[in-house]
Design a protein around this ligand. Structure first.
Ligand code: AMP
Length: 544
């Protein structure tokens, strides 16, 4: 029997329609490419996004065409985002921090048709565009276009005077809305093709109190770039509830973020751990305070204990860890206390806050061994983490639907983890970063996160190196805080008693820089290349 409820397809244009109509005066604040902080509202944004739609149609963009963007978080970027998806075209966010060859590969693979870019990207585009023949038009998201060797126009004159009544929606909710490439460690980057329905559901899932818990009373500073992992869905969830949205533009340094937090009254923010470390360093150096910020979601990489403690003890900010990946839209698990954990004192809650958390509704997880057999959820057994749900990719762009799934319909996350009887999931490592020593696994993530709590450490990375007896042994690489010096033994002493003795790194190397990849995570691939030729010290005094 069919239900007798209304037909209301879950297309994403409805989210901005809703925000403009019911939260129309709620502000959207941007640190603009021109420099000053600018203010608009959801009503303004809706009107201008409709003008973008008119402009795209005038350019000949049709449903399904890929419209690329390359820029920082801004109101104009968001207008292009909704203006594109509203008419059924596919918004493709390009990450300007990738290597030029990767961007060229991605733009050609996606067959991008037009490109909206920040003016700062002009030199990069001069290098790329001759090799991206499908991109026919470039619009710079600024008042004026910078001088370029290729034809381009500026956004404001392009938009000005266009009607704001282009119809949105009216298509199937299962159609594609967004395309985001994820750079694997092997092979070429792969495209994740989000749908209207999948993003709509994801936004609703993330809004739950036990997930991001956003409300109309929140002021959200979106630090996660719009080109990274679907901006954690915040481009949909914030307007869905009418939260004030603060977009930081290109300036992601501690001082600029802190200024926005204080002047705009930011209550909630989200970003990778390295961003929070930078902010903390700035606050320590300047004696700055966080007077309105209350909650942050930290994800994209494991959250160090020192970060959770510092934000709580010194600034009264609650850190909630989230786990997910580009392929999962991305949010999937959150480290919000369960009733059992909430009843514990903070020190006993901490080990749970350091886990990646429990599953958001609408998803399923399993652990499997190399043969694909299910493993127990006992909190001890490590296995490949597999995930299933309507917000999880079934295939990469250009391949057969379902081709990325196992026979039970689960997607292999590439992470190795444990799950305990209460559903707490903890990532041990990316499968490729796992250190296997004497047949047992050492979690590089655990050791890194403890080591970075050393007061002299700015960043730490743990890598496995080949060992004749144990196959692999861990070594610790440390980037010290500016002006600091340290002895290896200080770090080994610091770890003593905090990790199993046989997990203790066999060497500590002080490096000038621990490189960060294009999404702000430690670039272990590059570190491995830099370590080529490194050999463990003779007779390292194994702790096993
Ligand atoms: P990306 O698709 O670039 O967002 O990368 C996704 C990967 O980042 C995941 O598969 C994890 O390996 C890692 N990751 C994301 N969140 C966390 C977290 N909270 N803790 C540890 N690793 C994480």
């Amino acid at each position: 029997m069919q239900a007798l409820m209304q037909d209301w397809s879950l297309t994403l244009d409805k989210i901005l329609d809703h925000a403009a109509r019911w939260h129309g005066d709620r502000e959207v604040v941007t640190r603009s490419v021109e420099g000053p902080v600018t203010r608009s509202t959801y009503a303004d944004l809706h009107r201008r996004a409709k003008q973008v739609s008119h402009g795209l149609l005038a350019m000949g963009i049709k449903p399904g065409d890929r419209v690329a963007t390359m820029g920082w978080n801004s109101d104009r970027h968001l207008e292009v985002w909704y203006g594109c998806i509203g008419i059924g075209a596919v918004l493709h966010t390009l990450n300007p921090r990738l290597f030029p060859e990767q961007i060229i590969y991605i733009a050609n693979h996606a067959q991008d048709t037009v490109l909206f870019a920040d003016p700062a990207c002009a030199p990069l585009l001069a290098e790329l565009l001759p090799q991206c023949p499908t991109i026919k038009r470039v619009v710079f998201m600024s008042d004026e276009a910078p001088p370029t060797p290729f034809p381009a126009e500026a956004y404001e004159p392009w938009l000005s005077g266009r009607p704001a009544d282009t119809a949105w929606g009216g298509f199937d909710e299962t159609l594609a809305a967004g395309l985001c490439y994820t750079s694997g460690t092997t092979g070429n980057p792969k495209g994740v093709l989000y749908g209207h329905r999948s993003n709509y559901l994801h936004a609703m899932m993330t809004l739950q109190p036990d997930a991001l818990n956003l409300s109309a009373r929140d002021t959200v500073l979106l630090i996660v770039p719009m080109y990274h992992a679907n901006a954690w869905g915040v481009m949909y969830s914030a307007p869905m509830v009418g939260a004030k949205l603060v977009l930081p533009g290109a300036k992601l340094d501690g001082a600029s973020l802190h200024e926005l937090m204080e002047t705009e009254g930011v209550t909630y923010s989200a970003g990778v751990p390295t961003i929070w470390q930078m902010l903390l360093t700035h606050l320590k150096d300047t004696g700055g305070k966080l007077t309105t910020l209350r909650r942050v979601t930290v994800g994209g990489a494991a959250c160090p204990e020192s970060l959770i403690r510092a934000l709580r003890d010194d600034y009264d900010v609650d850190v909630i860890q989230g786990w997910g990946m580009t392929e999962t839209s991305p949010l999937a698990t959150v480290s919000i206390p369960s009733p059992k954990v909430a009843a514990l004192p903070f020190e006993s809650q901490l080990p749970y806050k350091l886990k990646q958390g429990r599953l958001v509704c609408n998803l399923d997880l399993k652990l499997v061994d190399d043969a694909g057999q299910r493993l127990p959820h006992d909190g001890k057994t490590f296995g490949k983490l597999m995930i299933k749900g309507p917000t999880v990719a079934s295939a990469y762009y250009g391949s057969e639907p379902g081709s990325a799934l196992d026979e039970e319909g689960f997607f292999d996350t590439g992470d190795v983890s444990t799950i305990d009887a209460d559903g707490w999931m903890q990532i041990t490592d990316r499968a490729k970063d796992v250190i296997k020593s004497g047949g047992e696994w050492i979690s590089s993530i655990d050791v890194e996160n403890i080591a970075v709590g050393h007061p002299k450490a700015a960043l730490c990375a743990v890598l496995g190196v080949v060992h004749p007896k144990w196959d692999e042994r861990p070594i610790l690489l440390v980037q010290l805080e500016p002006g600091q010096t340290a002895e290896k033994q200080e770090f080994l002493d610091y770890l003593d008693g905090k990790i199993a003795r046989w997990w203790t790194p066999d060497d500590v190397l002080f490096v000038d820089e621990i490189p960060l990849g294009p999404t702000g995570k430690i670039d272990k691939k590059l570190l491995r290349t830099r370590l080529t030729g490194y050999e463990l010290p003779f007779d390292p005094g194994l702790k096993r």
